[in-house]
Write a protein that binds this ligand. Structure first.
Ligand code: SF4
Length: 339
């Protein structure tokens, strides 16, 4: 179906529901598409014999799928709209379909606008689930203008060539030594900022929605974030009691890393506790008043993007290494969820 400038393959969901005679379906919709909820439900219920329940919890990515919880209410099928699956996750207890929202926006103009900002001729092409199907087209536009585009392949967490997640830039790091700069196609600062921090290469971001091109702005934002990260490590310098955060969302779980961190802190006579939580928020953590510093092994963006909202510093595992003197600040790396 076409909705708000996106193609969403709910026809495939209808086919799967009919083939399997599913009667109870759960729908997960990201915040940006919630205003179209009634259209999704109508589409599914009019074309099948199923009834649709909406998951009212927020859904930030493919890492964040609901599954086993819905066994208790006899759900047959889960549809998550707006994301591509994470291929390395296969153990769904309830059959789940990811119906990506593919943007049909024209990208030629914004790419032409971005060209003067590109450094060198070798360009790494990068995008998110919404626009990644446009990268071949972007590549042709660049070739016509004498650039040498490259599209990298991500690891087992990435479904499509050239795609990045806010927690995984492997499609970019796989080609970082072959390119002069990255051209990111998509909206917002969330992904291009992570790309910049992760690869340390120039990033030019072009937004097909606003027709805007960003380069310097991203560099300025990167400096602000790095200053915040330095501040978070400095504020944790005298911490004696640590809270290690483990995300319960299936695609954010790094429990082994949490145990390793605990062992490392034990060996340095620092007290620590592991906390498992589904949805992290300032109010969820503020009851744990004895904790001086949290280390997040869940979504890396909790520490980076939401930092200002938390009273107690939250740092990433890489930042803990810096805090404990195992790494230097000069070796700062962006935290990613890698296989
Ligand atoms: S872990 Fe965070 S960045 Fe990664 S897919 Fe999930 S919400 Fe996005």
């Amino acid at each position: 179906m076409k909705i708000a400038g996106y193609n969403i393959n709910l026809e495939k969901a209808v086919k799967t529901i009919k083939e399997n005679d599913y009667k109870r379906v759960v729908l997960q919709v990201p915040d940006g598409l919630i205003s179209h909820l009634s259209e999704f439900i109508e589409f599914l219920e009019n074309k099948t014999d199923s009834s649709v329940i909406v998951s009212a919890d927020s859904c930030f990515g493919a890492c964040d799928f609901i599954n086993s919880e819905f066994i208790n209410i006899d759900i047959d099928f889960v549809i998550q709209i707006g994301h591509t699956p994470i291929p390395s996750i296969e153990d769904f207890q309830i059959p789940t379909l990811f119906a990506n929202a593919r943007s049909d926006l024209e990208i030629t103009k914004v790419i032409e606008k971005a060209m003067p900002f590109l450094k060198g001729k070798k360009v790494g092409l990068i995008s998110t689930a919404q626009h990644v199907h446009m990268l071949d087209n972007a590549s042709k536009i660049l070739v016509k203008n004498k650039f040498e585009p490259i599209i990298g392949k991500g690891d087992v967490r990435i479904q499509v060539k050239g795609q990045i997640l806010g927690c995984n830039f492997s499609a970019a790091t796989s080609i970082v030594d072959k390119i002069d700069s990255f051209l990111f196609i998509g909206s917002g600062n969330f992904h291009p900022l992570g790309l910049l921090l992760s690869t340390k290469k120039p990033v030019i971001a072009c937004d097909p929605y606003s027709n805007e091109v960003k380069a310097k702005e991203l560099d300025d934002l990167k400096d602000i974030i790095l200053r915040q990260r330095y501040g978070a490590i400095a504020r944790s310098k005298d911490a004696q009691v640590f809270g290690i955060l483990v995300g319960l969302k299936r695609g954010q779980q790094r429990i082994e890393q949490a145990y390793k961190i605990k062992d490392m802190l034990d060996s340095r006579q620092k007290q620590s506790y592991i906390f498992a939580l589904n949805h992290f928020s300032p109010s969820a953590l503020e009851s744990f008043r004895d904790i001086d510093c949290f280390i997040s092994t869940a979504c890396p963006r909790i520490a980076i993007d939401d930092y200002m909202q938390y009273k107690v510093p939250i740092i990433t595992p890489v930042e803990l290494d810096i805090l404990l003197g195992l790494k230097k600040w000069a070796d700062y790396q962006f935290d990613e969820i890698l296989p």
